[in-house]
Design a protein around this ligand. Structure first.
Ligand code: FES
Ligand code: FES
Length: 154
């Protein structure tokens, strides 16, 4: 079965041989797009978070067969530069395994709420598990990114 996806602005076709193949497997194993990480494959950790038609999803829980013609944004295409820079600047990246999924979730949050408080940040990132940072540095990074983005607006 051939499925056409719009990934980070490019139209890509993938041949899948299992109806239940996940979007995460297709991105990583068939298309070589390894930005989205695979940690649990059970929808528990958020490391595979992508935007599907603008909404955050765990790519490991979405069947590629349901994605014909749809828009997928990974960490490569979904995340403004100030968000990435803030994670580095604030020490919110340690082993980095959770980072791509967190960046996508933060980009989605800041799109909906340009100046979120701590509670809103914690709620938005509740599905993204990090074993290294203790989350405080991630929250600092979100505030830093929000301030930078606000300063860039006309
Ligand atoms: S790999 Fe998808 S939620 Fe963990
Ligand atoms: S930085 Fe290691 S899991 Fe988050």
């Amino acid at each position: 079965m051939r499925v056409t996806l719009h990934v980070d602005g490019a139209e890509l076709a993938a041949e899948i041989d299992r109806p239940g193949e996940s979007l995460l497997s297709t991105l990583r194993d068939r298309l070589g797009l390894t930005g989205s990480k695979n940690a649990c494959e059970q929808g528990e950790c958020g490391s595979c978070t992508v935007l599907l038609d603008g909404a955050p999803v765990c790519a490991c829980l979405v069947a590629t067969a349901q994605c014909e013609g749809r828009e997928v944004k990974t960490v490569v295409g979904a995340v403004p530069r100030p968000v990435r820079d803030a994670f580095v600047q604030c020490g919110a990246v340690q082993c980095g395994f959770c980072t791509p999924g967190l960046l996508v979730s933060v980009a989605d949050l800041l799109e909906r709420d340009p100046d979120p408080g701590d509670a809103a940040i914690r709620e938005a990132l509740a599905g993204n598990l990090c074993r290294c940072t203790g989350y405080e540095k991630i929250i600092d990074a979100v505030h830093t990114a929000a301030a930078t983005l606000a300063g860039e607006r006309p």
